[in-house]
Design a protein around this ligand. Structure first.
Ligand code: ADP
Ligand code: MG
Length: 610
């Protein structure tokens, strides 16, 4: 007895539908791909209730005449291939001729279409694969397909549908993929009658913007790379930018126009990023590979989401090299920009320094030979004004008026003290610098001197303007029940002095920036000190200049206290400034900085003279 039945086409289609028509998303994919194969430039997709209630795809493609319309829902009805050989070079998205027949067999479907060469549009209503109605209809161009009552006759399959929301998300993901892989087609996508996505059909970057956002677009870099017979193009995320994500959801790979989900190929791209990626971070990419059709077999998956590559296929190398090449270009470009800047800077600075130096030398020569002994102040003013005229040489360096003023003050001082001829005798107990000058021995407390210098410089800066601040990479949290409130009262004054603090709640102060010179402060001690100061010594918060002075003293104190052992260069710097600015006799706290012993006093001590 024969047991093999040849299934009739209605039953066969219901089974086949299981392969192509998994869910609303797969239907949307098939319908939109048909529209694209028909040359549509504008496609609208609408779903209701996650596509379970209805799916509608309208296009402006070439359309079908009345015969093709009737044939389109028959199994294995396709206009895209004629013979098996055609499969080897398939370039359309559809070719199996089973989508419409499968969908029609498990739903209610209405197709309206007008072939671009015909005058009349026709409408076809099908239910469970049976034609209910076929008649002329109104449609100006293209094709419109509406599907409702999905799986009404296959309850087992209906049960497998997920919640409307999940189905909706799947459709949305599919539409996004379609937008990205067909960036020259304009899309409008409606969920429950509301426009959810729209893409202008104006190229890949615009498509990416519609699907993701402008911010991601701003952090992408274009790739276009040809490797043998492969061309890889699209956009990839810049390392350490907002186009690096914590999941793989923003990765799209298109091969010959089809979106492909392939873990191996994603890993190849990931590997090309190498060390530029942190652990568990994934670059955004939308990459399209165009390669000879015969190397890639698209007929291995009913939904055509997977492909098989012929042996010897070099797609891995093509992708890897494309990404590497693009990343290298960014890195080189960055390096070049930096070196260019450095070049400019050092060039400008040198130019400025040289000019400044030669002008100074000239001035000093004139000064030395000046038999008439022009008034010194007048001379310094002259130097200052000539230096002012130098500002055009290096706008970057001297653009700041405050700085310019400081520079000139500094140079004015230098001119005054230029002829001071001192000798560093040595260092005592790692604490005092011994200087011989003008028949005197000076013992200088190096820390106190340093502190005084720092204080003077800093006071000068905050008198003109806010000092240069250093933003802290990681904000410092200072917690103190006693002082938080009183410190916060002085937020504005502290900000003018370069200390940026804000209330972090619960008696915690968040310190986000400090003046450049106080980057190494021990914040705990310093803010304790300030708290103490504000609590007891300052009762009137409007006495800004007094407060500034006290804060500056505390800061300098702490800076030097927490400071390093002075190097020889530091000592030189202190002494240069020391003599240029006139010997400070007292540190900001009132302790003496310098003790002077004259030659006479020393000789007396030794009984050489009376
Ligand atoms: P396939 O796409 O594999 O050829 P389908 O079942 O998806 O098979 O479609 C059957 C045929 O119907 C297509 O080959 C095409 O000729 C026609 N067709 C389907 N959708 C459209 C459309 N939107 N515009 C024009 N023709 C269409
Ligand atoms: Mg198709």
């Amino acid at each position: 007895m024969s047991v093999i039945n040849i299934l009739d086409s209605a039953v066969y289609n219901m089974i086949a539908a299981g392969e192509v028509v998994e869910n609303p998303a797969s239907i949307v994919k098939e319908l939109v791909e048909n529209s694209i194969d028909a040359g549509a430039k504008n496609i609208s997709v609408s779903i209701e209730d996650g596509g379970i209630k209805s799916i509608c795809v309208i296009d402006d493609g070439e359309g079908m005449d009345q015969d093709d319309l009737k044939r389109s829902i028959l199994p294995h009805a396709t206009s895209k291939i004629c013979a098996a050989d055609d499969l080897k070079t398939i370039s359309t998205l559809g070719f199996r001729g089973e989508a419409l027949s499968s969908i029609a067999s498990v739903s209610e479907m209405e197709i309206k279409s007008k072939h671009f060469l015909c005058d009349i549009a026709y409408g076809l209503k099908v239910k469970g694969g049976q034609i209910l109605d076929f008649a002329p209809t109104a449609l100006s161009k293209g094709t419109s397909i509406t599907i409702s009552k999905l799986f009404y006759n296959t309850p087992a399959r209906y049960k497998f549908l997920k919640t409307s929301k999940t189905e909706e998300n799947n459709v949305t993901q599919t539409v996004m993929d379609l937008i990205l892989s067909n960036s020259n087609v304009a899309f409008r996508y409606y969920i429950d009658k509301k426009l959810a996505l729209s893409s202008p059909g104006a190229g890949l970057l615009e498509a990416i913007k519609s699907v993701y956002n402008q911010n991601i677009c701003d952090n992408l870099v274009e790739t276009d790379y040809t490797y043998q017979k492969y061309r890889v193009f699209g956009y990839i995320g810049k390392p350490s930018s907002q186009a690096i994500k914590h999941n793989r959801n923003y990765q799209t790979l298109i091969i010959n126009g089809r979106i492909i989900k392939d873990f191996t190929l994603s890993s190849v791209i990931q590997n090309a990023y190498g060390d530029t990626l942190m652990k568990r971070s994934f670059p955004v990419f939308v990459l399209e590979v165009v390669m000879p059709f015969e190397i890639v077999d698209v007929n291995v998956h009913p939904g055509k989401k997977e492909v098989r590559f012929a042996s010897g296929c070099k797609i891995n190398a093509a992708l890897y090299n494309a990404v590497k090449d693009t990343l290298n270009k960014i890195i080189n470009q960055k390096a070049q920009e930096l070196s260019f800047l450095r070049h400019i800077d050092s060039k400008e600075i040198n130019k400025y320094d040289n000019e400044k130096q030669s002008l100074l030398n000239k001035m000093l020569d004139e000064y030395a030979n000046d038999t008439v002994q022009t008034n010194q102040k007048q001379k310094i003013d002259e130097i200052s004004s000539r230096l002012n005229n130098l500002s055009h040489i290096s706008p970057k360096i001297v653009q700041d008026k405050t700085r310019l003023k400081e520079e000139n003050l500094f140079i004015g001082d230098m001119a005054e003290s230029y002829r001071i001829d001192y000798k560093i005798v040595g260092q005592l107990f790692d604490t005092y610098i011994l200087i011989e000058y003008d028949d005197n021995l000076y013992l200088i407390d190096q820390h106190a001197a340093h502190e005084k210098l720092l204080y003077d410089e800093y006071m000068k800066k905050i008198a003109y303007d806010k000092p240069d601040v250093q933003e802290l990479m990681i904000a410092y949290l200072y917690e103190n029940k006693k002082y938080a409130e009183v410190l916060l009262k002085h937020t504005d004054t502290l900000s003018k002095m370069g200390f940026e603090i804000e209330d972090f709640g619960n008696n915690i102060i968040k310190i986000t920036a400090v003046p450049m010179e106080f980057i190494n402060l021990d914040f705990e001690i310093f803010f304790d000190d300030l708290g103490e100061l504000f609590q007891h010594e300052i009762d009137d918060i409007s006495k800004i200049s007094e407060i500034k002075e006290l804060v500056a003293k505390k800061a300098c104190r702490n800076a030097i206290k927490g400071g390093r052992k002075l190097s020889e260069d530091d000592i030189k710097y202190i002494m240069e400034s020391f003599f240029q600015k006139g010997a400070p006799l007292q540190c900001p706290h009132g302790r003496p900085v310098t003790i002077k012993l004259s030659k006479t006093e020393i000789e007396k001590m030794f009984g050489r003279i009376q």
